[in-house]
Design a protein around this ligand. Structure first.
Ligand SMILES: *Cc1c(COP(=O)(O)O)cnc(C)c1O
Length: 232
């Protein structure tokens, strides 16, 4: 059966609406970020024409190439992949959001490099809630200190927390990870931070994430189809 991108996008929006209804939440509280890594500019253009305006990319060079081709569209670009310090300038200059901040050095560079003509870069701190099972993200015990730094940097805007749970079919475990991120945000906000964002949930688990309070879900394959394995 041939299913168009617009139909898949509509189906994802339907899943979000249904999960919000189940959670007693307003669907307007949940932003769908279309994760377009590995897909060509034409696919993003098609999604744009179907009403999708925020796109997430994981690889700097690939993202810059797409941005050049799609410069006629006022897309809101989010960087969601691992970020090395030699690539911070490209993110500071070309993205509205970073979801994967995990250390102080990257934060300082981004603030120094964020151009004055742009609003501050919106930043989420990526939290590693699964210990050894995943490598990326800041240890939960180090999040508060990193929050304090980001909040103090003039060209960054601290928005919230992001997590990528370990791959598992265990929905109860995923739900516990998402709940842990929500509770961490509550603790930080009780200490005076104003985190408005929980970036969690992907194609296979967005319902669980929304039930636990996700405000941004990052959805790739359910919109664009299966990705080819990518050599990095
Ligand atoms: C690829 C990716 C996604 C999207 O994953 P899907 O399972 O395709 O929805 C979400 N978040 C991050 C950080 C990713 O790298």
């Amino acid at each position: 059966m041939e299913t168009s991108l617009a139909h898949r996008l509509a189906a994802v929006r339907e899943r979000i609406n249904a999960a919000c209804q189940k959670a007693g939440r307003d669907p307007g509280e949940v932003t769908l970020l279309a994760v377009s890594k590995t897909f060509p500019p034409d696919a993003l253009r098609e999604a744009w024409q179907a009403g999708q305006h925020c796109f997430g990319e994981s690889y700097v060079q690939e993202a810059l190439a797409k941005q050049a081709v799609l410069a006629d569209l006022p897309i809101e670009w989010h960087f969601i992949g691992p970020l090395q310090s030699n690539k911070t300038r490209a993110v500071a200059e070309n993205f509205a959001w970073l979801h994967s901040l995990d250390r102080a050095k990257i934060a300082r560079r981004l603030s120094e490099q964020r151009p004055e003509h742009l609003p501050p870069l919106s930043v989420c701190i990526e939290v590693n809630l699964s210990g050894e099972a995943t490598k990326s993200g800041c240890h939960p015990d180090a999040v508060e200190e990193l929050c304090r730094l980001v909040a103090s940097l003039p060209r960054l805007r601290l928005r919230g927390l992001m997590t990528i749970p370990e791959p598992t079919p265990d929905m109860a475990l995923l739900r516990r990870r998402f709940a842990a991120l929500r509770e961490l945000r509550e603790r930080l906000n009780a200490q005076g931070f104003a985190l408005d964002t929980l970036s969690m949930g992907m194609s296979d688990d967005l319902e669980a994430a929304i039930l636990e309070g996700a405000t941004i879900v990052r959805v790739g394959s359910a919109i664009f189809g299966q990705r080819e394995k990518r050599a990095r």
